[in-house]
Design a protein around this ligand. Structure first.
Ligand SMILES: NC(=O)c1ccc[n+]([C@@H]2O[C@H](COP(=O)([O-])OP(=O)(O)OC[C@H]3O[C@@H](n4cnc5c(N)ncnc54)[C@H](OP(=O)(O)O)[C@@H]3O)[C@@H](O)[C@H]2O)c1
Length: 168
């Protein structure tokens, strides 16, 4: 029997124009529409995320999400949360679970996903501002993305665009 093809990776990220994604272990903004989009897109799916993202998202298991946490600390494992020591082991596990693989960051995990060679879907909320921060989306603008959709929106503080991009 042939092995099943590896699943595509769905990267989901909100990113400022200067590629900032985080500050002091948190999001540097509060955009209610983007939070709602993120929750809806990840509900019922496998969420691959780093230890800091996991620790700051206590409700990750809500709405049927299946967390696969990347950490060197296996003691983080609990009912409903898998812990693996590397991105490759996280993908090997995620391939055995039902649902889409939603890669939720942080920085190193996005970098490994971009370099993985798997088919990619990028769900990008681009916030049209330069925002101070300490965590960044790795540069991926040189990759030959195909645009599937875009939708512009705004709140009282920011203008932003929801992109869905595909590679290949
Ligand atoms: N804007 C967005 O869409 C978005 C998305 C995600 C995150 N963020 C922001 O980014 C920040 C958190 O991201 P972060 O990059 O600092 O941390 P992170 O990836 O959530 O967590 C880092 C930890 O995860 C483990 N880890 C991560 N990558 C690994 C790898 N490739 N191999 C092995 N272990 C790995 C290590 O855990 P151990 O030390 O336990 O071994 C590492 O110390 C926060 O500010 C958050 O709000 C924003």
């Amino acid at each position: 029997m042939q092995d099943a093809a590896p699943k595509p990776l769905h990267l989901i990220v909100a990113c400022a124009e200067n590629r900032v994604i985080g500050r002091d272990g948190r999001l540097p903004w509060h955009i209610a529409e983007d939070t709602a989009f993120f929750h809806a897109a990840t509900a019922g799916q496998i969420v691959v995320l780093g230890r800091i993202c996991y620790e700051t998202w206590p409700q990750v298991r809500a709405e049927g999400r299946q967390p696969v946490v990347i950490s060197r600390n296996p003691a983080l494992a609990s009912a409903g949360a898998h812990v693996t020591p590397s991105f490759s082991s996280a993908l090997a596990l995620a391939d055995t679970l039902p649902g889409k693989i939603m890669v939720c960051g942080g920085e190193r995990i996005y970098a490994e996903a971009l370099a993985s060679g798997r088919p990619l879907r990028l769900h990008l909320t681009l916030i049209h501002a330069e925002i101070a921060g300490d965590t960044f989306m790795p540069e991926g603008r040189h990759l030959p993305w195909r645009e599937i959709s875009r939708r512009e929106s705004a709140d009282a503080n920011y203008r932003y665009t929801f992109f869905e991009l595909s590679l290949p």
